[in-house]
Design a protein around this ligand. Structure first.
Ligand code: ZN
Length: 420
Protein backbone atom coordinates (compact mmCIF):
# COMPACT_ATOMS: atom_id res chain seq x y z
CA UNK A 1 0.00 0.00 0.00
CA UNK A 2 1.32 3.47 -0.88
CA UNK A 3 2.00 5.89 1.94
CA UNK A 4 1.69 9.64 1.95
CA UNK A 5 4.63 12.03 1.27
CA UNK A 6 7.37 12.18 3.88
CA UNK A 7 7.73 15.62 5.50
CA UNK A 8 11.18 17.20 5.51
CA UNK A 9 12.74 17.00 8.95
CA UNK A 10 15.36 19.72 9.60
CA UNK A 11 18.71 18.87 11.18
CA UNK A 12 19.30 20.14 14.71
CA UNK A 13 22.54 20.89 16.52
CA UNK A 14 23.58 18.17 18.98
CA UNK A 15 21.57 15.08 19.76
CA UNK A 16 18.55 14.15 21.85
CA UNK A 17 18.50 11.88 24.89
CA UNK A 18 17.28 8.25 24.84
CA UNK A 19 13.47 8.34 24.79
CA UNK A 20 11.59 6.88 27.72
CA UNK A 21 7.92 5.93 27.47
CA UNK A 22 5.45 4.37 29.86
CA UNK A 23 4.97 0.67 29.16
CA UNK A 24 1.28 0.18 29.84
CA UNK A 25 1.84 -3.50 30.65
CA UNK A 26 4.02 -2.71 33.68
CA UNK A 27 3.29 0.97 34.31
CA UNK A 28 7.06 1.60 34.29
CA UNK A 29 8.92 4.32 32.44
CA UNK A 30 11.38 2.47 30.21
CA UNK A 31 13.78 3.29 27.39
CA UNK A 32 11.62 2.78 24.30
CA UNK A 33 14.40 1.27 22.17
CA UNK A 34 17.84 0.41 23.48
CA UNK A 35 19.68 -0.40 20.23
CA UNK A 36 20.91 1.64 17.26
CA UNK A 37 17.71 0.65 15.47
CA UNK A 38 14.26 1.39 16.88
CA UNK A 39 11.22 -0.53 15.69
CA UNK A 40 7.60 0.52 16.03
CA UNK A 41 4.29 -0.93 14.98
CA UNK A 42 1.19 1.24 15.27
CA UNK A 43 -2.16 -0.34 14.50
CA UNK A 44 -3.69 1.40 11.50
CA UNK A 45 -7.23 2.42 10.73
CA UNK A 46 -10.17 0.43 9.50
CA UNK A 47 -11.00 2.77 6.63
CA UNK A 48 -14.40 4.23 7.40
CA UNK A 49 -15.09 7.48 9.29
CA UNK A 50 -11.45 8.50 8.92
CA UNK A 51 -9.82 10.55 10.38
CA UNK A 52 -11.47 11.60 13.63
CA UNK A 53 -9.49 13.46 16.27
CA UNK A 54 -8.94 10.31 18.31
CA UNK A 55 -7.13 8.78 15.33
CA UNK A 56 -5.19 11.99 14.76
CA UNK A 57 -4.11 12.16 18.42
CA UNK A 58 -2.87 8.55 18.31
CA UNK A 59 -0.80 8.94 15.13
CA UNK A 60 0.61 12.28 16.29
CA UNK A 61 1.63 10.67 19.62
CA UNK A 62 3.67 7.98 17.86
CA UNK A 63 4.95 10.56 15.38
CA UNK A 64 6.57 12.29 18.37
CA UNK A 65 8.25 8.99 19.25
CA UNK A 66 9.56 8.54 15.69
CA UNK A 67 10.90 12.10 15.65
CA UNK A 68 12.57 11.82 19.07
CA UNK A 69 14.17 8.49 18.19
CA UNK A 70 15.64 10.07 15.03
CA UNK A 71 16.86 13.04 17.04
CA UNK A 72 18.58 10.63 19.45
CA UNK A 73 20.48 9.21 16.46
CA UNK A 74 18.54 5.95 16.18
CA UNK A 75 17.56 4.36 12.89
CA UNK A 76 13.78 4.07 12.91
CA UNK A 77 11.75 1.38 11.23
CA UNK A 78 8.04 2.00 11.54
CA UNK A 79 5.31 -0.35 10.31
CA UNK A 80 1.56 0.06 10.18
CA UNK A 81 -1.44 -1.49 8.50
CA UNK A 82 -4.80 -0.61 7.02
CA UNK A 83 -7.56 -3.07 7.90
CA UNK A 84 -9.16 -2.75 4.49
CA UNK A 85 -11.41 -5.76 4.92
CA UNK A 86 -13.18 -6.48 8.22
CA UNK A 87 -16.70 -6.74 9.64
CA UNK A 88 -17.21 -3.04 10.52
CA UNK A 89 -16.10 -1.93 7.04
CA UNK A 90 -18.39 -4.46 5.35
CA UNK A 91 -21.30 -3.45 7.61
CA UNK A 92 -20.79 0.24 6.79
CA UNK A 93 -20.55 -0.50 3.06
CA UNK A 94 -23.77 -2.53 3.19
CA UNK A 95 -25.59 0.14 5.22
CA UNK A 96 -24.62 2.96 2.85
CA UNK A 97 -24.86 1.06 -0.45
CA UNK A 98 -21.22 1.80 -1.30
CA UNK A 99 -18.94 -1.00 -2.48
CA UNK A 100 -16.61 -2.06 0.35
CA UNK A 101 -13.53 -1.66 -1.85
CA UNK A 102 -14.61 1.84 -2.92
CA UNK A 103 -15.27 2.82 0.69
CA UNK A 104 -11.85 1.51 1.76
CA UNK A 105 -10.01 3.27 -1.08
CA UNK A 106 -11.81 6.57 -0.50
CA UNK A 107 -11.27 6.56 3.26
CA UNK A 108 -7.64 5.39 3.03
CA UNK A 109 -6.94 8.29 0.64
CA UNK A 110 -8.67 10.74 2.99
CA UNK A 111 -6.59 9.42 5.90
CA UNK A 112 -3.40 9.94 3.86
CA UNK A 113 -4.43 13.53 3.07
CA UNK A 114 -5.10 14.20 6.75
CA UNK A 115 -1.77 12.69 7.84
CA UNK A 116 0.06 14.77 5.20
CA UNK A 117 -1.66 17.95 6.36
CA UNK A 118 -0.86 17.17 10.00
CA UNK A 119 2.83 16.56 9.19
CA UNK A 120 2.88 12.92 10.34
CA UNK A 121 5.93 10.95 9.18
CA UNK A 122 4.63 7.97 7.16
CA UNK A 123 5.43 4.37 8.09
CA UNK A 124 8.29 2.61 6.29
CA UNK A 125 6.17 -0.53 5.96
CA UNK A 126 2.50 0.08 5.18
CA UNK A 127 0.46 -3.03 4.46
CA UNK A 128 -3.22 -3.51 3.77
CA UNK A 129 -5.12 -6.45 5.22
CA UNK A 130 -6.07 -7.58 1.72
CA UNK A 131 -2.49 -7.62 0.48
CA UNK A 132 -1.38 -9.50 3.60
CA UNK A 133 -3.84 -12.38 3.07
CA UNK A 134 -1.39 -14.94 1.58
CA UNK A 135 1.04 -14.37 4.49
CA UNK A 136 -1.77 -14.51 7.07
CA UNK A 137 -3.24 -17.71 5.59
CA UNK A 138 0.25 -19.23 5.74
CA UNK A 139 0.57 -18.24 9.40
CA UNK A 140 -2.85 -19.69 10.26
CA UNK A 141 -1.83 -22.97 8.61
CA UNK A 142 1.35 -22.91 10.72
CA UNK A 143 -0.66 -22.39 13.91
CA UNK A 144 -2.98 -25.26 12.96
CA UNK A 145 -0.01 -27.52 12.30
CA UNK A 146 1.54 -26.53 15.63
CA UNK A 147 -1.64 -27.41 17.52
CA UNK A 148 -2.23 -23.77 18.47
CA UNK A 149 -5.46 -23.44 16.46
CA UNK A 150 -8.56 -25.48 15.70
CA UNK A 151 -11.58 -25.59 13.45
CA UNK A 152 -15.12 -24.70 14.46
CA UNK A 153 -17.86 -25.81 12.10
CA UNK A 154 -19.18 -22.82 10.16
CA UNK A 155 -23.00 -23.10 10.15
CA UNK A 156 -23.45 -22.36 6.48
CA UNK A 157 -20.00 -23.08 5.17
CA UNK A 158 -19.92 -24.16 1.56
CA UNK A 159 -16.74 -26.10 2.22
CA UNK A 160 -16.44 -29.76 3.07
CA UNK A 161 -16.46 -29.64 6.83
CA UNK A 162 -13.71 -27.05 6.89
CA UNK A 163 -14.96 -24.46 9.31
CA UNK A 164 -13.72 -21.20 10.77
CA UNK A 165 -10.31 -21.35 12.44
CA UNK A 166 -9.78 -20.14 16.02
CA UNK A 167 -6.64 -19.74 18.09
CA UNK A 168 -6.37 -22.06 21.09
CA UNK A 169 -5.32 -19.63 23.83
CA UNK A 170 -4.78 -22.46 26.31
CA UNK A 171 -1.42 -23.20 24.66
CA UNK A 172 -0.10 -19.71 25.52
CA UNK A 173 1.00 -19.55 29.16
CA UNK A 174 1.87 -15.85 28.80
CA UNK A 175 -1.63 -14.74 27.86
CA UNK A 176 -2.55 -11.71 29.95
CA UNK A 177 0.89 -10.12 30.05
CA UNK A 178 -0.05 -7.17 27.84
CA UNK A 179 -3.20 -5.89 29.54
CA UNK A 180 -2.90 -7.57 32.94
CA UNK A 181 -6.65 -8.15 33.23
CA UNK A 182 -8.42 -10.90 35.16
CA UNK A 183 -10.62 -13.33 33.32
CA UNK A 184 -13.92 -11.54 34.02
CA UNK A 185 -12.50 -8.25 32.76
CA UNK A 186 -11.17 -9.97 29.66
CA UNK A 187 -14.53 -11.60 28.96
CA UNK A 188 -16.42 -8.31 29.34
CA UNK A 189 -14.08 -6.37 27.02
CA UNK A 190 -13.90 -9.21 24.51
CA UNK A 191 -17.69 -9.14 24.13
CA UNK A 192 -17.79 -5.33 24.03
CA UNK A 193 -15.01 -4.91 21.46
CA UNK A 194 -15.87 -7.19 18.57
CA UNK A 195 -15.21 -10.64 20.08
CA UNK A 196 -17.63 -13.57 19.86
CA UNK A 197 -17.59 -15.25 23.30
CA UNK A 198 -20.91 -17.01 22.66
CA UNK A 199 -19.86 -18.70 19.42
CA UNK A 200 -20.82 -22.36 19.75
CA UNK A 201 -18.04 -24.90 19.40
CA UNK A 202 -15.15 -22.81 20.72
CA UNK A 203 -12.90 -24.41 23.31
CA UNK A 204 -12.82 -21.18 25.33
CA UNK A 205 -15.08 -18.12 24.99
CA UNK A 206 -11.97 -15.89 24.62
CA UNK A 207 -10.44 -17.83 21.72
CA UNK A 208 -10.16 -15.37 18.81
CA UNK A 209 -10.99 -15.88 15.16
CA UNK A 210 -8.00 -16.45 12.88
CA UNK A 211 -9.75 -17.29 9.61
CA UNK A 212 -13.41 -16.78 8.75
CA UNK A 213 -14.80 -19.11 6.10
CA UNK A 214 -16.59 -17.59 3.18
CA UNK A 215 -20.21 -16.57 3.79
CA UNK A 216 -22.73 -15.70 1.09
CA UNK A 217 -22.32 -12.09 0.00
CA UNK A 218 -18.95 -11.62 1.74
CA UNK A 219 -15.60 -11.22 0.01
CA UNK A 220 -13.29 -14.23 0.30
CA UNK A 221 -9.83 -15.31 -0.75
CA UNK A 222 -8.20 -18.67 -1.33
CA UNK A 223 -6.72 -19.95 1.91
CA UNK A 224 -5.40 -23.25 0.55
CA UNK A 225 -6.30 -26.00 3.00
CA UNK A 226 -8.11 -23.43 5.17
CA UNK A 227 -10.74 -23.03 2.47
CA UNK A 228 -11.86 -19.72 1.01
CA UNK A 229 -12.34 -16.96 3.55
CA UNK A 230 -10.74 -13.92 5.14
CA UNK A 231 -8.43 -13.27 8.09
CA UNK A 232 -9.25 -12.18 11.62
CA UNK A 233 -7.97 -8.81 12.81
CA UNK A 234 -5.48 -9.81 15.53
CA UNK A 235 -3.57 -12.25 13.35
CA UNK A 236 -3.41 -9.61 10.59
CA UNK A 237 -1.39 -7.24 12.80
CA UNK A 238 0.76 -10.04 14.21
CA UNK A 239 1.83 -11.15 10.73
CA UNK A 240 2.31 -7.65 9.28
CA UNK A 241 4.46 -6.65 12.28
CA UNK A 242 6.49 -9.87 12.10
CA UNK A 243 7.09 -9.57 8.36
CA UNK A 244 7.72 -5.81 8.44
CA UNK A 245 9.90 -5.54 11.53
CA UNK A 246 10.97 -9.01 12.61
CA UNK A 247 10.33 -10.32 16.13
CA UNK A 248 10.70 -9.14 18.77
CA UNK A 249 10.25 -5.46 17.98
CA UNK A 250 10.42 -2.52 20.37
CA UNK A 251 7.03 -0.85 20.66
CA UNK A 252 3.48 -1.73 19.70
CA UNK A 253 1.23 1.29 19.89
CA UNK A 254 -2.35 2.34 19.39
CA UNK A 255 -5.33 3.84 21.14
CA UNK A 256 -6.07 2.71 24.69
CA UNK A 257 -9.10 0.73 23.50
CA UNK A 258 -6.73 -1.58 21.58
CA UNK A 259 -4.96 -2.75 24.72
CA UNK A 260 -7.45 -5.56 25.10
CA UNK A 261 -8.33 -7.65 23.23
CA UNK A 262 -6.42 -6.51 20.15
CA UNK A 263 -2.89 -6.07 21.49
CA UNK A 264 -3.16 -8.90 23.99
CA UNK A 265 -4.24 -11.34 21.29
CA UNK A 266 -2.02 -10.12 18.44
CA UNK A 267 0.94 -10.42 20.83
CA UNK A 268 -0.15 -13.93 21.77
CA UNK A 269 -0.32 -14.88 18.08
CA UNK A 270 3.13 -13.39 17.42
CA UNK A 271 4.55 -15.32 20.38
CA UNK A 272 3.17 -18.63 19.15
CA UNK A 273 4.16 -18.03 15.54
CA UNK A 274 7.81 -17.54 16.35
CA UNK A 275 8.08 -19.26 19.72
CA UNK A 276 9.41 -16.02 21.09
CA UNK A 277 8.09 -12.56 21.73
CA UNK A 278 5.99 -9.93 19.97
CA UNK A 279 6.39 -6.33 21.03
CA UNK A 280 8.83 -5.68 23.86
CA UNK A 281 6.62 -2.94 25.26
CA UNK A 282 3.16 -1.53 24.64
CA UNK A 283 2.28 2.16 24.62
CA UNK A 284 -1.26 3.47 24.45
CA UNK A 285 -2.70 6.85 23.58
CA UNK A 286 -5.65 8.15 25.60
CA UNK A 287 -9.12 8.50 24.15
CA UNK A 288 -10.50 11.80 22.89
CA UNK A 289 -14.08 12.68 23.82
CA UNK A 290 -16.53 15.39 22.92
CA UNK A 291 -18.77 17.07 25.50
CA UNK A 292 -17.89 14.43 28.07
CA UNK A 293 -18.74 11.50 25.82
CA UNK A 294 -16.44 9.12 24.00
CA UNK A 295 -16.18 10.01 20.31
CA UNK A 296 -17.80 7.15 18.47
CA UNK A 297 -19.53 6.35 15.25
CA UNK A 298 -22.63 5.13 17.04
CA UNK A 299 -23.07 8.43 18.91
CA UNK A 300 -22.48 10.36 15.70
CA UNK A 301 -20.21 12.81 17.53
CA UNK A 302 -17.03 12.39 15.50
CA UNK A 303 -14.95 15.49 14.82
CA UNK A 304 -13.17 14.79 11.54
CA UNK A 305 -9.82 16.33 10.62
CA UNK A 306 -10.97 16.63 7.00
CA UNK A 307 -14.05 18.57 8.13
CA UNK A 308 -11.94 21.02 10.14
CA UNK A 309 -9.63 21.42 7.16
CA UNK A 310 -12.58 22.02 4.83
CA UNK A 311 -13.71 24.79 7.19
CA UNK A 312 -10.33 26.45 6.61
CA UNK A 313 -8.61 25.42 9.85
CA UNK A 314 -4.81 25.46 9.70
CA UNK A 315 -3.67 21.83 10.21
CA UNK A 316 -0.75 23.09 12.30
CA UNK A 317 -3.25 24.65 14.72
CA UNK A 318 -5.08 21.30 14.89
CA UNK A 319 -1.76 19.59 15.60
CA UNK A 320 -0.88 22.13 18.31
CA UNK A 321 -4.31 21.71 19.92
CA UNK A 322 -3.71 17.96 20.12
CA UNK A 323 -0.15 18.42 21.42
CA UNK A 324 -1.42 20.57 24.28
CA UNK A 325 -2.66 17.32 25.90
CA UNK A 326 -0.34 14.57 27.09
CA UNK A 327 -0.78 11.63 24.73
CA UNK A 328 -1.58 9.12 27.47
CA UNK A 329 -4.39 11.13 29.05
CA UNK A 330 -8.06 10.95 28.08
CA UNK A 331 -9.32 14.40 27.14
CA UNK A 332 -12.22 16.26 25.63
CA UNK A 333 -12.00 18.16 22.36
CA UNK A 334 -13.34 21.69 22.68
CA UNK A 335 -13.30 24.76 20.49
CA UNK A 336 -11.30 26.51 23.23
CA UNK A 337 -8.29 24.23 22.57
CA UNK A 338 -8.31 25.28 18.96
CA UNK A 339 -8.58 28.99 19.84
CA UNK A 340 -5.55 28.66 22.13
CA UNK A 341 -3.64 26.72 19.47
CA UNK A 342 -4.31 29.36 16.82
CA UNK A 343 -3.10 32.09 19.17
CA UNK A 344 0.01 30.08 20.11
CA UNK A 345 0.84 29.39 16.45
CA UNK A 346 0.51 33.08 15.60
CA UNK A 347 2.70 34.06 18.59
CA UNK A 348 5.39 31.53 17.71
CA UNK A 349 5.36 32.65 14.07
CA UNK A 350 5.91 36.25 15.11
CA UNK A 351 8.64 35.25 17.58
CA UNK A 352 10.71 33.38 14.96
CA UNK A 353 10.24 35.97 12.23
CA UNK A 354 13.45 37.92 12.94
CA UNK A 355 17.13 37.06 12.43
CA UNK A 356 17.96 37.44 16.10
CA UNK A 357 16.35 36.51 19.38
CA UNK A 358 17.04 35.17 22.87
CA UNK A 359 19.56 32.35 23.03
CA UNK A 360 17.79 29.09 22.09
CA UNK A 361 20.24 26.56 23.58
CA UNK A 362 18.28 26.02 26.77
CA UNK A 363 14.97 25.95 24.86
CA UNK A 364 16.16 23.20 22.53
CA UNK A 365 17.43 21.23 25.53
CA UNK A 366 14.12 21.69 27.35
CA UNK A 367 12.06 20.54 24.37
CA UNK A 368 14.28 17.48 23.97
CA UNK A 369 14.13 16.71 27.69
CA UNK A 370 10.34 17.01 27.76
CA UNK A 371 9.85 14.68 24.81
CA UNK A 372 12.36 12.13 26.02
CA UNK A 373 10.39 11.92 29.30
CA UNK A 374 7.34 10.01 28.05
CA UNK A 375 6.70 12.33 25.09
CA UNK A 376 5.58 15.21 27.27
CA UNK A 377 4.40 17.54 24.52
CA UNK A 378 2.62 20.01 26.86
CA UNK A 379 5.95 20.61 28.67
CA UNK A 380 7.71 21.03 25.31
CA UNK A 381 5.10 23.59 24.24
CA UNK A 382 5.57 25.46 27.53
CA UNK A 383 9.34 25.66 26.91
CA UNK A 384 8.78 27.17 23.46
CA UNK A 385 6.21 29.58 24.95
CA UNK A 386 8.83 30.89 27.40
CA UNK A 387 11.28 31.53 24.58
CA UNK A 388 8.59 33.13 22.37
CA UNK A 389 7.49 35.46 25.18
CA UNK A 390 11.13 36.50 25.72
CA UNK A 391 11.64 37.01 22.00
CA UNK A 392 8.56 39.20 21.65
CA UNK A 393 9.52 41.23 24.74
CA UNK A 394 13.23 41.54 24.00
CA UNK A 395 12.90 42.57 20.37
CA UNK A 396 16.17 44.21 19.33
CA UNK A 397 17.94 44.30 22.71
CA UNK A 398 21.61 43.52 23.44
CA UNK A 399 20.92 39.91 24.35
CA UNK A 400 19.93 39.09 20.78
CA UNK A 401 21.62 36.00 19.33
CA UNK A 402 21.71 35.92 15.55
CA UNK A 403 20.21 32.67 14.25
CA UNK A 404 18.36 31.77 17.47
CA UNK A 405 14.88 32.07 15.91
CA UNK A 406 15.96 29.62 13.21
CA UNK A 407 17.05 27.10 15.82
CA UNK A 408 13.68 27.32 17.57
CA UNK A 409 11.79 27.13 14.28
CA UNK A 410 13.74 24.03 13.20
CA UNK A 411 13.35 22.42 16.64
CA UNK A 412 9.59 22.97 16.62
CA UNK A 413 9.44 21.52 13.11
CA UNK A 414 11.77 18.53 13.67
CA UNK A 415 10.63 17.47 17.13
CA UNK A 416 7.01 18.61 17.38
CA UNK A 417 6.15 18.39 13.68
CA UNK A 418 4.81 21.96 13.66
CA UNK A 419 5.84 24.00 10.63
CA UNK A 420 5.92 27.70 11.46
ZN1 ZN B 1 -3.37 -3.92 15.15
Amino acid sequence: MLTWPRPQIPQLPGRGDPVRVRDTSTGELVVAATGDAATLYVCGITPYDATHLGHAATYIAFDLLVRSWRDAGQRVRYASNVTDVDDPLLERALATGVGWRDLAIEQTALFAEDMTALGVVPPDVYTGAVESIPAVAHAVRDLLAAGAAYRVEAPDAAGHGRGDIYADLSVDPDLGRVAGLDRDEMLALFAERGGDPARAGKLDPLDPLLWRRERPGEPAWDGGELGSGRPGWHIECAVIARDGLGLPFDVQGGGADLRFPHHELSTSHARLLDAGQGARIHVHAGLVGLHGEKMSKSRGNLVLVSRLRALGENPMAIRLAILSHHYASDWDWTGADLDLARARLERWQRAVSGNGGPDATATLAAVRAALSADLDAPAALAAVDVWADDALRADGTDSTVIGAPGVVSRAVNALLGVRL
